[in-house]
Design a protein around this ligand. Structure first.
Ligand SMILES: C[S@@+](CC[C@H](N)C(=O)[O-])C[C@H]1O[C@@H](n2cnc3c(N)ncnc32)[C@H](O)[C@@H]1O
Length: 438
């Protein structure tokens, strides 16, 4: 028999959950539900000290509930908070960052107000859609099945329109979808990318196989409707990361160009770029301010991507070195240094963990690791280097809190943390922590 209960929602917590307490005192993490609501829930899992559940009925709704705009909301894993006012989303992101730093990192710091996204909807410059069964779309929240997507309010309107056109063409051409269980088939993903500042559009077809059958026919049919689109084929035999592997340009430039403030960035199909260009601009400026560059500084930018932070800082310092493991991103970063006429910035293609650094080689460090944060070896490297200032950009508050704890133990103080709303209507938050040597 399914277990049901009526509970009072206490607060929003990390991971997109709302927290409540069951009548027997056990804490429950809920999908759906907002602070100060009285809700009916269905339990989906009980562990020894924590339960999980879903809201089945809102008995007394929060005054901050709003009508969701997207027809897929609730089913699709893309948004969690689309039915909550934007102001409350910002407030809770700030609180969650504050609480995570305290709980995981033991760090008490005044977290600044969340910097809002200039665009509330259609802010993403990238969307990764997956082929599965008969569908092309996004995965359910914490699930594997894929929903056939007809609209998305996080991405530009044209993304879903073009992805659906690609779906119709590949169905017509009978190019088989990849089967995630058996490992047979061809088409894994369509990744849509765009430049928010130049309007360039790129469609990337990701296949399991080395070749994309009927690629020419697919290109010609797509170009009839979207003559300016860049089309790229990525061969990715591994399943964990979507945009990995060698690629072939089937149409157009093969790189997107973003013009941000004084700088231009070229972004190749498989390189990382911050997903919300307008927030990325604000983020880059904040990182610049927190580095507090001066003429004799030697700045190390770890996990440098196509050079966003290094290039913003370089004109104001003596030397800047970016380190990045993706060969494609490093090539683009070098090109970006040239495009922006910078002579004092270098990019090294290496894993950060492999570096050897001497004390004092760089006096300031920027960090922007992937979700999992810093490997222990990297924290040790930082202690050897002993920089006076570290600016840590993070898209995962839990790993940020863990790493800040280690850095504080090693003699740093956290002077400021600022959240940025890179991902409106989702529970995700980008944060920048500034540390100085005690
Ligand atoms: C969150 S992105 C940040 C990129 C860049 N700072 C930006 O803002 O555009 C993380 C980057 O780290 C790179 N990366 C992941 N693991 C790495 C490692 N072990 N060593 C060096 N770079 C790594 C990824 O390829 C990606 O470009």
């Amino acid at each position: 028999m399914t277990e049901e209960a009526e509970v009072f929602v206490e607060k929003l917590v990390a991971g997109g959950y709302a927290l409540a307490q069951l009548p027997d005192g056990m804490k429950i993490l809920l999908k759906g539900g907002y602070p100060e609501e009285f809700v009916r829930v269905r339990l989906t899992r009980r562990k020894s000290d924590l339960a999980f559940g879903e809201v089945t009925q809102v008995i007394s709704p929060s005054p901050f509930r709003v009508k969701p705009v997207c027809r897929h909301f609730g089913d699709c894993g893309g948004c969690q908070w689309q039915d909550y006012t934007y102001e409350e989303q910002l407030r809770w992101k700030q609180r969650i960052v504050e609480e995570q730093l305290q709980r995981i990192g033991g760090i008490t710091v005044d977290v600044g107000e969340t910097v809002p996204s200039p665009k509330k909807f259609h802010y993403r410059n990238i969307a990764e859609l997956t082929f599965s069964g008969k569908n092309l779309g996004f995965r359910r929240w914490r699930g594997h099945s894929v929903i056939d997507i007809h609209e998305c309010y996080l991405a530009p309107r044209r993304f879903t329109e073009i992805a659906r056109e690609i779906k119709s063409i590949v169905e017509l051409l009978e190019i088989p979808f990849y089967n995630w269980k058996s490992g047979s088939g061809v088409l894994k993903h369509v990744v849509m990318r765009a430049s928010s500042t130049t309007g360039e559009l790129m469609a990337i077809v990701v296949t399991k196989t080395e070749t994309l059958p009927k690629a020419k026919m697919l290109r010609n049919m797509l170009l009839k409707k979207y003559p300016d689109i860049y089309l790229v084929h990525v061969m990715n035999s591994r399943d964990a990361v979507v945009l990995r592997g060698p690629y072939r340009i089937l149409n157009g430039e093969g790189v997107l160009t973003e013009n941000m403030d004084w700088f231009t960035f070229q972004i190749p199909p498989t390189a990382f770029f911050q997903v919300n260009t307008e927030v990325a601009q604000l983020l880059a400026f904040h990182v610049f301010e927190e580095v507090a560059p001066s003429r004799n500084d030697r700045v190390l930018d770890l996990y440098s991507g196509v050079g966003l932070f290094a290039i913003n800082v370089a004109p104001h310092v003596k030397r800047c070195v970016g380190v990045e493991s993706s060969r494609v991103a490093v090539k683009a970063a070098k090109a970006n240094a040239n495009i922006n006429r910078l002579r004092n910035v270098e990019f090294v293609n290496a894993s950060v963990e492999e570096l050897n650094l001497n004390e004092g080689e760089f006096n300031k460090v920027i960090l922007d690791p992937p979700r999992q944060g810093l490997e222990k070896r990297v924290v040790e490297l930082l202690f050897t280097l002993n920089p006076e200032r570290i600016v840590y950009v993070s898209c995962d508050t839990a790993s940020l809190a863990r790493d800040l704890k280690r850095l504080v133990r090693g003699g740093y103080s956290v002077v400021r943390v600022k959240p940025f709303d890179m991902f409106p209507h989702t529970h995700h938050v980008e944060s920048v922590a500034t540390l100085v040597k005690k």
